[in-house]
Design a protein around this ligand. Sequence first.
Ligand SMILES: [Zn+2]
Length: 118
Amino acid sequence: MFWTPERVDELKRLWLEGLPMAEIGRRLGITKNAVVGKAFRMGLQRRPSVKPREEPDLPRVVEFSQSTCVWPVGHPGDASFHFCGERAVPGKPYCTEHVARAYVARTERGAIKTGSAA
Ligand SMILES: [Zn+2]
């Protein structure tokens, strides 16, 4: 059986490094098509075309499929733009801190809009 847990980990690691699929295949000794097929079955997301490689602490693509905070940090388009990546509150897209911030932001907007009677 080719896909041992070690090889799966290696595929994931190379995938997350942003290597071309043909290169991943070369390193694993398999075809590019085998890499694509396996990555698809593993549910690995399509990688962003521009990857800020100099930011090793960025949350990885695969982690977004687990419950991690997707609160945007910085400005989209900037090289430093990323998502929070902390463990999300179950049922929410954000971590505890950002759920609180999202909630406060919403209440403040609502209060302004409705002209709170308080
Ligand atoms: Zn967060």
